[in-house]
Write a protein that binds this ligand. Structure first.
Ligand code: 13P
Ligand code: SF4
Length: 303
């Protein structure tokens, strides 16, 4: 089957099975082009919660498909590549979180959506990079525990100085390796460019940004801005939408290392096989799911 035939088959299977394809902004261009919705973690969880489809094919990484299942348990949620995971989400498990909570009793836990269902079940409220600052600002507590991303935790602490954010020491292996020297170099090469950076980058890199936001916030910022040149400090997948939506603007990746290997595991044939064989189905233990649901719902209410 050639690519055109495969796309045709994907469309046919989608209709036949009443399925929807949700794809993260980091997915490869071919997948973004056939997806029903492409977005950041927040947008995709909102869509998963409200869709009428019977099947959700989640083109992204495991925690995203798992969050969709938590929000829509009556739907079949499929992750096309079973081992597409997020190393940052795996940097804390439920036992470690319970021990962290014991160390700091009575302090509420905010967990980044990049976390397992078990960790969400142990947390008070979830957040994404798009709403983390707003959520923490609106909490009554003056201290919070934040898991698992130390960099997003640090960023929240800077934006909400009236609160103390005690962070777990996880990090994104893709964003964390960006260096300040790379920012200094692009500033020299493109002095008029706006530098847009994801808060998963380390604090000294984030400090040098003109704008800090989630993947979709970065895409929207570039669209609305009068500037003509942008340096993009997040995973390279966002370049597809940025270039498509702004043919008159120039985009450069901040660092050649900005590729998430796990986000790039899914190909068009994987989407086709996921729809055809209804694989790989995400299953979440019902007791864990109910607890994790509260954590996600509190986030969606505040978003
Ligand atoms: P957002 O799309 O929510 O900014 O998330 C970035 C990310 O790293 C997802 O794993
Ligand atoms: Fe996880 Fe980072 Fe990849 Fe996002 S970019 S899925 S945080 S490793």
């Amino acid at each position: 089957m050639n690519e055109k035939e495969m796309i045709h088959e994907i469309e046919r299977l989608k209709k036949e099975k009443n399925a929807i394809i949700l794809a993260h902004n980091y997915q490869i261009p071919e997948i973004q082009d056939i997806a029903d919705i492409v977005g950041d973690s927040l947008k995709l969880s909102q869509e998963a919660a409200k869709t009428d489809a019977d099947i959700i094919v989640f083109s992204g990484v495991h925690f995203m498909a798992e969050s969709a299942k938590i929000l829509s348990p009556e739907k079949k949620v499929l992750l096309p590549v079973y081992d597409a995971g997020c190393p940052m989400a795996d940097m804390i498990d439920a036992d470690q979180l319970r021990a962290f909570k014991k160390e700091y009793p009575e302090i509420p836990v905010v967990c980044y959506v990049n976390s397992s269902a078990e960790v969400k079940a142990e947390s008070d409220i979830c957040c994404t990079s798009a709403n983390a600052v707003k959520i923490v600002k609106n909490m009554e507590a003056d201290k919070i525990l934040f898991v698992p991303d130390q960099n997003l935790g640090h960023y929240i602490g800077k934006q909400v100085p009236e609160k103390e954010v005690i962070s777990w020491e996880g990090f994104c292996i893709t964003h964390h390796r960006v260096r300040t020297s790379e920012v200094d170099n692009v500033r020299k090469q493109h002095p008029d460019a706006k530098i847009l950076i994801h808060p998963e980058c380390s604090p000294n890199v984030v400090e040098l940004a003109d704008f800090v936001g989630s993947t979709s916030e970065i895409i929207n910022y570039a669209k609305m801005s009068d500037s003509k040149t942008f340096i993009i400090g997040t995973e390279m997948g966002v370049m597809h939408k940025l270039r498509n939506e702004n043919p008159d603007k120039k985009f450069y990746l901040l660092s050649p290392g900005l590729t998430c290997f796990n986000m790039k595991k899914t190909s068009l044939p994987d989407i086709y096989k996921a729809l055809l064989h209804e694989q790989h189905e995400i299953i979440v233990d019902e007791e864990i799911r109910k607890k994790a649901l509260g954590c996600l719902e509190r986030m969606l209410e505040l978003s």
